[in-house]
Ligand binder design. Structure first.
Ligand SMILES: [Zn+2]
Length: 391
């Protein structure tokens, strides 16, 4: 273990209000019975409960969320959108503020605190209070556009935290890695023309939003080459993700040399999640976290802040987070191998998922890993292009 790793301090942030966010009913045409939203507090509350009952919380540094100011929200979102969120929130019962997006009366305060949680964790990382942190915030943020939220997301939590690091905390460069199963379209929009923020999104190809997240979307102007989409085929297991990390994510991070790494951490790429068709297990999330933690220790003094995005499977979400962060918690649950054995009562039958091979022949993945995105070296491969940019 490196000196940086041995001295790293891990923060944890959540708040009771995050579980009170009401994402409303999903309604379709009249002949279909409305149902509760897929985005519910259940999986997040189970995660939080697990952190508490295993005493993992005793080993973590509590980070307190704060309110976000209008100025901080308006670094990306429009005044019209902010006013709309506040107006709906002030109404007697709340209502819809975008496609698949509902808030209840008072919902603005919770969305504000969700954003403010990620801002507070980033501030703590730059202050040295913590090295890295997990922010169990809700509602999520990576689908929120400049002028409207959708896909369960109200404010663009992670991208606004990146902007805050640059505007107020002295960061010159920030990297955002988004492994939620859906494309991080809002983060992409925010930094489309910026060379200060490297954005890498790994997602299920053509899932949501349907027509975004292609490998050809690389940014514009100064931002060209700093927006990297890695669309993966449905059914991808850790082999595909590991291949993408080795071929794109880690080389890009080393080329960009960020002052902090932020992660849009969606657990909906779990093989149990109803909204995705990927095959990741808790062991896979742990491995991806280790790779990013190692990169943060090499590149930016260990500064790594993860913020919760999607994840609807009650079992996998809680387990994945527990095992990812805590060997001690794993032991508490009786696991000897430090992997999925603690829920092996039924996951033994799922071994085939764990061993899903890399899907490296998939054309979009091939394109993402082979394509040069640098305007000054259009004919070069990914690696030589990155080396050129670093030089
Ligand atoms: Zn998602």
């Amino acid at each position: 273990m490196s000196a940086a790793a041995s001295s790293s301090k891990t923060g944890y942030l959540s708040h009771e209000l995050y579980f009170w966010h009401d994402s409303g009913l999903e309604t379709y045409e009249p002949s279909f019975e409305p149902r509760g939203s897929q985005e519910s507090p259940e999986s997040k509350r189970r995660f939080h409960s697990l952190v508490q009952v295993t005493s993992l919380a005793d080993t973590l540094i509590a980070v307190k969320p704060r309110e976000a100011s209008d100025e901080e929200i308006l670094r990306f979102h429009t005044e019209e959108y902010l006013k709309r969120v506040k107006d709906v929130s002030d109404g007697p019962i709340g209502g819809r503020i975008g496609h698949e997006l509902h808030i209840s009366h008072g919902g603005y305060r919770i969305a504000n605190l969700s954003l403010g949680g990620v801002l507070a964790a980033v501030e703590a990382a730059f202050a040295g209070t913590i090295s890295n942190a997990y922010c169990l915030v809700r509602p999520p943020g990576h689908h929120a556009d400049r002028d409207g939220g959708h896909g369960f997301c109200v404010f663009s939590n992670v991208s606004l935290a990146a902007a805050h690091a640059i505007a107020k905390l002295g960061a010159k460069r920030v990297a955002v890695v988004d492994w939620d199963v859906h494309h991080g379209n809002g983060t992409e929009q925010h930094f489309w023309g910026s060379d200060q923020v490297l954005f890498v999104s790994l997602h299920q190809d053509k899932l949501y939003p349907l027509n975004t997240g292609g490998v050809e979307s690389v940014g514009e102007g100064a931002g060209r080459g700093f927006n990297l989409n890695i669309p993966l085929p449905p059914g991808s297991g850790f082999g595909a993700y590991e291949y993408a990390f080795q071929q794109v994510v880690l080389p890009a991070l080393h080329a960009h040399r960020p002052d902090i790494i932020l992660v849009s951490s969606g657990f909906d790429c779990s093989f149990l999640d109803p909204l995705g068709r990927m095959m990741l297990t808790s062991d896979c999330f742990r491995s991806m976290t280790r790779m990013l933690k190692g990169a943060a220790e090499e590149l930016c003094g260990g500064k790594l802040v993860m913020a919760h995005e999607g994840g609807s499977a009650r079992a996998s979400a809680a387990r994945a987070r527990c095992e990812r962060t805590s060997p001690r918690a794993v032991k508490t649950w009786g696991c000897q191998r430090g992997d999925d054995a603690c829920w092996a009562s039924w996951s033994e039958s799922c071994t085939s998922y764990v061993t899903t091979p890399p899907v490296v022949s998939y054309a979009p993945l091939q394109a993402a890993t082979a394509r040069c995105t640098c305007p000054t070296a259009a004919s070069r491969c990914w690696r030589s292009c990155l080396a050129t940019r670093q030089a």
